[in-house]
Design a protein around this ligand. Structure first.
Ligand SMILES: [Zn+2]
Length: 245
């Protein structure tokens, strides 16, 4: 879509950043633990009770509004990634009506990336939200000229990508979160082309391998340590969609 749509989508995503920061803080807890929507330092609520998490807000410097301690991702990072992700998704989309859904998809994706980095998990509410948003986008593309063949390719790619990650969980130490997110990345890449599915899949594995070996070389990780793959999967999608657009 046009530069105007891209800038508008990036701005809308940045406007959501304060709320996305509260989701990241709340869900960056060990696997199996309930969300903790409070500041870890002063225990003040970052998501007001009874508002379903929709009206919480943290400033771009990532500091608790009560005690001033930095909680969650570093200053500006959530805002910058949201702008890049939403801008890239909308820029490479051909369906204007899908723009709000793509902004929401970017918000779910950025939440998943930061939670995976902080807590090595991809929480179900956000993998489900990302999948639902991607499915709506594919449906809109089908209804605006894409047709059944478009939807079938995206669905097949989702099955193949999810299947590959499921095999990985059986033979390596991948998680079911990667499988669920793989369904979404498969849908998005499959909607573009089979070339995108291949390149996006390879790119994500390559990014994780490079980050893993860099961390090991720097002594930050031991061989065999778990490395978050979710951020690489999402980065692989954005890089591939923009490169092949
Ligand atoms: Zn606090």
């Amino acid at each position: 879509m046009s530069t105007g749509w891209t800038v508008l989508a990036a701005a809308a995503a940045v406007a959501l950043a304060g709320t996305v920061r509260t989701w990241i803080v709340a869900f960056s807890v060990p696997y199996g633990h309930p969300p903790q929507p409070v500041c870890p330092n002063c225990q003040n609520a970052v998501i007001p009770a009874g508002r379903m998490g929709l009206l919480g807000w943290l400033p771009p410097n990532g500091r608790c509004r009560t005690c001033g301690e930095r909680i969650g991702p570093p200053p500006g990072t959530v805002e910058a990634l949201l702008a890049v992700a939403a801008g890239a998704l909308v820029h490479t989309s051909t369906v204007p009506v899908a723009a709000p859904v793509l902004v929401f998809l970017a918000a779910a994706g950025v939440t998943l990336a930061f939670v995976d980095l902080a807590a090595r998990r991809l929480p179900d509410p956000f993998t489900a939200a990302a999948f639902a948003a991607a499915a709506v986008v594919i449906l809109l593309q089908m209804l605006t000229g894409g047709g059944w063949s478009h939807g079938l390719r995206a669905a097949t790619a989702a099955g193949i990508t999810g299947g590959c990650y499921f095999l990985l969980t059986l033979i390596a130490n991948g998680g079911m979160g990667d499988v669920k997110l793989g369904l979404t990345t498969g849908l998005l890449l499959g909607a573009q082309s089979w070339t995108a599915v291949l390149i996006g899949g390879l790119a994500s594995v390559l990014i994780t391998a490079v980050i893993g070996s860099t961390l090991r070389a720097a002594g930050r990780r031991k061989p065999g340590d778990d490395i978050a793959h979710g951020p690489s999967m999402l980065a692989g999608v954005v890089i591939t969609l923009v490169t092949l657009a």
